[in-house]
Design a protein around this ligand. Structure first.
Ligand code: ADP
Ligand code: MG
Length: 684
């Protein structure tokens, strides 16, 4: 085996790449010949002749035609000019403009045949020439690769370097996928695919070559994730929680409803993890209202029956309080002691609580991130559940590890993370999905209305209030911001207080209120002493007031679809029909499309896939925290099928004993070694 082939050498061995180019390439992440060859075009210019009928407005096109008129030249000033000719292309007479190239005039005469490439203006029947050649079209390059470049490096130069690299080292390009996978998916060999990515002859070449690299990229990526998962499992001394199945069954009998099949399935998955000697690292996804809380309660009960304490971590104090109440209702009857710890629990009270926790006099502790602070010590923490905290992860796990405990961890989220993202962003986790709603849920009727229609909407809200129901009104920000021009929650609150004066009571909720104030407002809304709650997005997750049936969302176009869905999920929690009004005057087509989708579906997974499609993966989680992998060729959204295939192949490979021995897997093993996974190192 060649350990040190030319592909691993510096790009500077290629003729023409001097120190300056080398440093530009380095800034693009290209160091070796191999890197250079893996710098693929991001698009191809198409120089094939096409029938103008088939070319869209403003598309680039190459045509061959006969000059029909003397070129006419117009100068605007000394530098700027336009040369116009009439060209007969097939049976179409079109115009061709040459801007700022007056010298072309003397090369052209009537009835010359020329080949022109440029942008097709369908409406004017004209091409703005970008390239031009005397004589008929000659099929030399149909497709010209276009590469991303930087600084003084030109696409042309880069093309030359890549061509040179390819000519010299083509024979050293080795296959890096096992043969059986190449055969199974009829993939192009690496060398051939490489050639066609850079020098395609037909469109289908690129397609086939790309298909191979998409799979390769995904397989390698998934291999790393799966290996990480495997090593994390095998190197983590997790708990093997021997829960009491009989007690668990009895407990389930006491629930006020029958579990859905989906709930049963995920509970089984979680229980299997509890029992296994590995540490659970599982993501539980379920749409708003799919019943995750009861799943959490059952998991906590199971862990308790095995002799362990549990913790439930949530992002806000409001949620912490609600969850404490729900868990007390669900678990209190069975004798579990559920307590709340937030940053508002201070002084003596806190000390006393922590003392009981350490003495195992508390079974379940619910709270915000205060839960895993330095001075919080459990007597035997077995299970940590987090709700709606995408960011819980590395840091928190480190804190727990430093405390010397390795509880099982379950992450719950109602943000229906598209499967595509879940298996990449959370590729090292196991994923359980509740994909079924409890029976009898009504679809929330959703309407998109223009801001001018507010009066009508308020009339509707009033009818609901008269019928004894309650309503949410959501505003994006609490303060006037000229930049964003968004509605001010305080203004809306005042406006609605005036509007409903003497009839209904309006409350205001936002992130700047003191915790006690928030608690009071929530309590009043829960008790129906407030009928309308004007709020910023702090009510987004978890809040549960079943009597609220109407939601009005201001400036709805400013929210992501998934977030709108979360907000909307605050209504439709009782037996009454619920409604959601999206007040929005979106300016873009995408904006309109998004509002329309909201009115069409209540399915969070459909919405999240759409959101991903419309906004792209970077935006989905917010750029900073996305931490999503970047692929050279593959696209997570459009190639998600390949991603799933690669994931299951990677999983099979990692768990097969041949993988660790056979020669044909050595490129894969080498890659894992290089990325540090073999040492059990962490990706993050
Ligand atoms: P989420 O997944 O959004 O956290 P919750 O756990 O708050 O959902 O559940 C929403 C509502 O559905 C709660 O009132 C809960 O009691 C109820 N619920 C949960 N599971 C079932 C079920 N299997 N059948 C009927 N109602 C259920
Ligand atoms: Mg919930």
């Amino acid at each position: 085996m060649t350990v040190n082939n030319s592909l691993e050498k510096s790009v500077s061995i290629i003729k023409g790449i001097g120190a300056e180019t080398e440093s530009i390439l380095a800034s693009m992440g290209i160091f070796t010949v191999q890197d250079l060859l893996e710098h693929f075009p991001y698009r191809y210019d198409d120089y094939r002749l096409k029938d103008l009928q088939d070319v869209g407005h403003e598309e680039k096109v190459t045509v061959e035609g006969k000059v029909q008129s003397e070129p006419s030249l117009v100068f605007y000033n000394r530098k700027r000019s336009r040369l116009t000719i009439h060209l007969l292309v097939g049976t179409n007479l079109i115009k061709v403009f040459f801007f700022n190239q007056p010298y072309i005039k003397k090369n052209l005469s009537i009835s010359d045949t020329i080949t022109v490439t440029g942008k097709w203006d369908r409406l004017r029947g004209a091409i703005t020439a970008q390239q031009f050649k005397l004589g008929p079209y000659q099929q030399t390059t149909d497709f010209e690769p276009v590469y991303s470049v930087r600084g003084s490096l030109t696409v042309k130069a880069l093309r030359k370097f890549i061509k040179l690299a390819f000519q010299l080292y083509e024979n050293e390009i080795e296959e890096n996928l096992p043969e059986f996978l190449i055969n199974k998916y009829k993939l192009m060999p690496r060398k051939e695919a490489m050639k066609l990515m850079h020098f395609p002859i037909a469109q289908t070449d690129v397609k086939k070559a790309r298909r191979r690299f998409v799979y390769e990229e995904f397989l390698y990526f998934q291999l790393k994730m799966q290996a990480l998962r495997k090593f994390e499992r095998e190197h983590s001394k997790g708990l093997s929680q021997q829960y009491d199945l009989k007690k668990l069954r009895q407990f389930n009998e006491t629930l006020p409803f029958a579990l859905t099949d989906a709930q049963k399935r995920v509970i089984n998955e979680i229980c299997a993890d509890l029992k296994s000697p590995y540490r659970m690292n599982r993501l539980l996804q379920g749409d708003v209202g799919s019943g995750k809380t009861v799943v959490a309660a059952i998991a906590l009960f199971a862990s308790w029956s095995a002799g362990y304490q549990g913790a439930l971590m949530v992002p806000t104090e409001i949620l912490a309080e609600q969850h404490t109440a729900s868990l007390q209702a669900l678990l209190g009857g069975a004798g579990l002691r559920v307590e709340l710890l937030t940053s508002s629990v201070k002084g003596k009270k806190r000390k006393e609580l922590l003392g009981r926790l350490k003495n195992n006099e508390i079974d379940i502790l619910v709270g915000t991130h205060a839960l895993i602070q330095d001075d919080v010590h459990f007597s035997s923490l077995g299970l940590v559940i987090t709700d709606e905290q995408h960011r819980f992860g590395v840091e928190q796990r480190r804190v727990l590890r430093e405390k010397g405990i390795t509880p099982d961890v379950l992450f719950m989220t109602a943000t229906p993370i598209p499967r595509t993202l879940a298996i990449t962003a959370f590729g090292e986790m196991d994923v359980s999905i509740i994909d079924e709603m409890p029976a009898g849920r009504k679809k929330i009727e959703t309407y998109w209305v223009k801001h001018e229609m507010l009066e009508k909407v308020l009339g509707f809200v009033e009818k609901e209030l008269v019928a004894g129901r309650q309503a949410y009104v959501i505003c994006p920000l609490i303060e006037e911001s000229e930049k964003l021009d968004v509605q001010n929650a305080i203004d809306v609150y005042q406006m609605l207080s005036d509007y409903f004066h003497g009839k209904f009571k309006v409350g205001l909720m936002h992130g700047r209120l003191h915790p006690e104030e928030k608690e009071n407002v929530m309590q009043e809304f829960s008790d129906n002493s407030l009928q309308i709650l004007v709020s910023t997005t702090v009510v987004e997750v978890g809040v549960n007031v079943p009597n609220a049936t109407t939601m009005v969302i201001y400036d709805a176009e400013r929210f992501g679809l998934s977030q709108l869905h979360q907000l909307r999920g605050r209504v439709g929690r009782g037996s009454e029909q619920s409604y959601c009004f999206l007040l929005a005057n979106p300016k873009t087509e995408i904006g309109k499309e998004r509002m329309k989708i909201m009115t069409e579906t209540n399915d969070g997974f459909v919405l999240s896939e759409k959101d991903l499609e419309l906004r792209g993966p970077g935006d989905f989680f917010g750029k900073k925290q996305s931490g999503l992998p970047e692929f050279k060729v593959a696209d997570m959204v459009h190639d998600y099928r390949a991603l799933e295939t690669a994931r299951s192949d990677a999983n099979e490979l990692i768990n097969s004993e041949y993988f660790w021995k056979e020669q044909s897997y050595s490129p894969l093993r080498k890659y894992l070694q290089k990325s540090g996974v073999m040492e059990g190192e962490k990706l993050d």
